[in-house]
Design a protein around this ligand. Sequence first.
Ligand SMILES: [Zn+2]
Length: 135
Amino acid sequence: MAPGLFKCVECNEDANELHRDYSNGILKITICSSCKKPVDKYIEYDPVIVLIDATLCKIQAFRHILFNTEINIHWKLCVFCLLCEAYLRWSLLQGSQASNDPADIIRYTKEWEFYCMFALAALDLGVCSLFFSSM
Ligand SMILES: [Zn+2]
């Protein structure tokens, strides 16, 4: 990655590096000049922990995934989050009619309302993205 493209996960300040690699094999995490915390604490964390924190909607985990990694699965994460959001909205619509019968799960995937909730969640995400990108 080019210098200056990293972001502090705590305060969103630009950073030139996430860690410094000394010649004797010692790595030292870079401290943010703005908030005085590690620029990206998640570089030491297991990816599962990062995913759990992202599921818990921690902004630091989102900043790590979006700004400080070179993974190219952002659109997959976006679709996954939209599917989760659509399922939550759809399950709230179903109310007390939901059951644990596996046959119902297959039937539920054919529910037109689920796809409407997915479209609504995608629309919400698009509007929020436009709003926050203009700030
Ligand atoms: Zn910072």
